[in-house]
Design a protein around this ligand. Structure first.
Ligand code: KG4
Ligand code: ZN
Length: 357
C-alpha cells in the first residue's frame, strides 16, 4: 500500500510517500522537508503565527513535489495521513485540513496520526524492529521513555517534570548567544569544549522512577554564564560541553531506570530505540550504546533525517494503522495536546512548557 504523509505540527512543513509491503516492510518513495528556520531565526524560536502562515504557503507545493518524486498519482494512494497533534494548533489545522481535502476529493481513507506515535514507529520503517521495544523519545517538545507494545499500544514509563531535553538545548543556546535552533549549535560548541571545567549537577541521579528534570541544570549553567560574563568563545564551548555531559549522564541513569521498569512489566525489550530531534546528536550515541548493552538489548537509532520531524514517519504510522483497519472520519479533530499513552498522568506539571504541547 502507498500512503501520503503530511507533517505540520511545528516548524517543518513536510510531505512524503511511503510504501508498506504485505510482509510489513517499508520503503520511502519520497520525503520532502522544508524547515522554516529562516522564518523563525530572527525571533530566536518558533513563532506559532508565522509557522501556521508558512505551512499554508508551502504545503500544497511540498505535497505536489512529494507526489511527483514518488512518481505516483493521488488515485494510486491507499490512504492519506496527517499529524493531527500534539503540536502548534495553527499548523496542525493546516496539515489535517489538507489531508481531509485530498481524502475527500480522491475518495481515499484518512488517517489522523499522533506525531509521537509516528516517532515511536519509525524504527519499524527503517529496521523492521519487532515489538515490544523501549523508546527514548527526546525532541524539542517531549522527553519520554515509552514501552512500545504494538501499534496504538504504548505505556509511558518516564517523562520530564519540567523542560524537554531539546528545549533545554535550545534555551542554553539562546542564553549563550548561539543561533536558533540550538541543539546542533550546542553540540558543535561542546566538541571544542572542556566538559570537566564546571561541576554541573546530574539531575535525578539514582532515583528508582524513570523521570527527567532539567531546570536545575539549566539554572546552574545560567549562574555560571553570568558569573563569567563577558563570555569568551572558549567559555561558551566549555559551558556547552559541561551542560551536554551532565545531560548525557542524567539521560543514561534515567534510561537505565526505564529499562529496569520495562523488564519488570513486559520482559526483555527487543531493542532500545532513540528517536526525536535530540537523537540526531552524535555525542549521545556512546552512552546510549552502553545503557543498551547493560540492559542486554541492542540500540537502534534511525538516521538523523528520520529522527527530526519529517513526513515519512507520518506516512509510515498511517500505513501501520491502515494495515490494521484503523482509519479516521472527516470529524477527526486537530489536537494541541495528545498523550501517546491514554492512561498516562504527568508526574508534576505535564511534559513540557514549550508551545503548550
Ligand atoms: O523532533 P524534532 O525535530 O521536533 C520536535 O518535535 O520538537 O526535535 C527538534 C529538537 C530541537 O529542540 C533541537 O534543538 C533538538 O531537537 N536537536 C538537537 C540536535 N538536533 C536537534 N539537540 C541536541 N543535539 C542535536 N544535534
Ligand atoms: Zn517531533
Amino acid at each position: 500500500m502507498l500512503v501520503l504523509g503530511i507533517e505540520t505540527t511545528c516548524d517543518e512543513t513536510a510531505a512524503a510517500v511511503v510504501e508498506r509491503r504485505a510482509d510489513g516492510s517499508g520503503r520511502i518513495l519520497s520525503n520532502i522537508v522544508r524547515s522554516q528556520i529562516d522564518e523563525h531565526a530572527p525571533f530566536g524560536g518558533v513563532v506559532p503565527e508565522i509557522a501556521a502562515r508558512a505551512h499554508v504557503d508551502l504545503l500544497d507545493g511540498i505535497v505536489a513535489n512529494a507526489m511527483r518524486e514518488a512518481g505516483t498519482g493521488f488515485a494510486q494512494l491507499s490512504g492519506v495521513a496527517a499529524a493531527a497533534g500534539p503540536g502548534l494548533i495553527g499548523g496542525v489545522i493546516v496539515g489535517l485540513t489538507t489531508a481531509k481535502a485530498i481524502a475527500l476529493v480522491h475518495n481515499t481513507p484518512l488517517i489522523a496520526v499522533n506525531h509521537l506515535e509516528a516517532h515511536a514507529l519509525t524504527p519499524r520503517l527503517t529496521d523492521a524492529t519487532e515489538f515490544p521495544y523501549c523508546l527514548f523519545l527526546a525532541s524539542g517538545g517531549h522527553t519520554q521513555i515509552v514501552a512500545v507494545l504494538g501499534v496504538g499500544d504504548y505505556v509511558r514509563l518516564g517523562t520530564t517534570v519540567d523542560d524537554a531535553i531539546g528545549e533545554a538545548f535550545d534555551k542554553i543556546a539562546k542564553m549563550l548567544g548561539l543561533p536558533y535552533p540550538g541543539g546542533p549549535q550546542v553540540e558543535r560548541a561542546a566538541a571544542s569544549g572542556d566538559a570537566a571545567r564546571f561541576a554541573f549537577p546530574r539531575p535525578m541521579l539514582g532515583r528508582p522512577d524513570a523521570n527527567f528534570s532539567l531546570s536545575g541544570l539549566k539554572t546552574a549553567v545560567r549562574n555560571e554564564a553570568s558569573r563569567l560574563t563577558p563570555l569568551e568563545p572558549q567559555d561558551i564551548n566549555d559551558l556547552c560541553a559541561g551542560f551536554q555531559a551532565a545531560v548525557l549522564d542524567s539521560m543514561a541513569d534515567r534510561l537505565g531506570a526505564g529499562l529496569r521498569l520495562f523488564r519488570e512489566r513486559f520482559g526483555a525489550p527487543k531493542a532500545l530505540v532513540a528517536a526525536g530531534g535530540v537523537a540526531a546528536n552524535q555525542a549521545i550515541r556512546r552512552p546510549l550504546r552502553e545503557v543498551a548493552a547493560k540492559a542486554q538489548t541492542t540500540l537502534m537509532v534511525p538516521p538523523p533525517a528520520l529522527c527530526t520531524d519529517n513526513g515519512a514517519m507520518i506516512a509510515w504510522a498511517g500505513a501501520e494503522r491502515l494495515a490494521l483497519g484503523l482509519t479516521d472520519t472527516m470529524d477527526a479533530a486537530p489536537r494541541a495536546r495528545w498523550l501517546l499513552d491514554a492512561n498516562a498522568t504527568a508526574p508534576g506539571k505535564f511534559a513540557n512548557t514549550r508551545a503548550g504541547f
